[in-house]
Design a protein around this ligand. Sequence first.
Ligand SMILES: [Zn+2]
Length: 141
Amino acid sequence: MKCRSQKRLAGRIRAERRVLLERLAAVERRGGVLDPRDAGGGTIRAAEAMDEVQESVVRELVLASREALISRVRALEQAEERIRSGTYGICDLCGGPIPPQRLEALPEAALCLPCAEAVENPWPSWRRRAVAPGGPRRPAA
Ligand SMILES: [Zn+2]
């Protein structure tokens, strides 16, 4: 991939990581102590005025967004690592190039689209197409 666009993407990755880390800090401030080791210790300040059900729902939501933020930050860090090692833009699974349009849309992408789809959906697309519409044909009983 072109050097200039990679530099630009590297800047975007850095900026996004910074924003995500700030949001993560905000989530932790809002939810009080969210470290799993402390989750049972009754230290979640925001939940003080709520009943038990609401508390667990809020905690789950905060934890879910925290997990999502952390995994995104991790993906961005891995992308920076790939830029440093010169493997950025190369699919982790098949070793093929990741199209620039995909990297523009998702700078931390580690997989090309077919590989990402294969990981997300273990059913190959040709099989999905084969059953739809109307489902597989069954012999009459
Ligand atoms: Zn691939």
